[in-house]
Design a binder for this molecule. Sequence first.
Ligand code: 4GM
Length: 224
Amino acid sequence: MKFSILTLFPEMFSALDESIIGRAKENKLIDIELINIRDFSKDKHKKVDDTPYGGGAGMVLMPNVVYDSYKSIKDENAKVIYLSPQGKVLNQSKVKELSKENHLILLCGHYEGIDQRVIDEIVDEEISIGDYVLTGGELPAMVLIDSISRYVDGVLNKESTQEESFSQGLLEYPQYTRPEIFLGMEVPEILKSGHHENINKWRKEKALEITKVKRPDLIIKKED
Ligand code: 4GM
């Protein structure tokens, strides 16, 4: 899976050098290409924005620099995603669907906004990571990369992938590790029994119970 990021702040994406995504990059399971929109400014001062037509506060990213940064990517088949609060709200089934693509181009806008004409010209899909406003599209782009990369073969270990299908659509069952007693609270007896069938049954019941209490909206009908 390849991700090409169009951004004014490529340094922010160093967060993806850590942990599981960092290892996926090292192992060439995913490729993250950072393209600095500012490099496509024709201006000697590297200017990328200008005042809005019609007046108002703030600045607007100029269409030509965004377009030229997009045109530097030579792949007709890549899907272009614009991260914005106006997009369709991301969920796990959308993440799964996007993980089937070969190449995604992620356009990161700013509080100032991007000239609508270049959005209309290049964007295939507008996605929001939730109903709140951020200062830029960079964090949403990283959320997309992280959630999608988990579905790329080899990124997670086999056990984690199996665990996920075990409790699909439900919240996680509770986990415990040593010590056996912490602040007077004991580890549930069944988890120490070594009886894997009973442990699985208990975990499924707990996952269902927790989902019913915390996120009843996630339950369509899953009693079995
Ligand atoms: C307005 C238009 C995405 C603001 C485009 C981006 C929240 C989300 C921005 C933009 C953002 C979100 C930047 N804030 N909920 N701010 O996914 O890129």
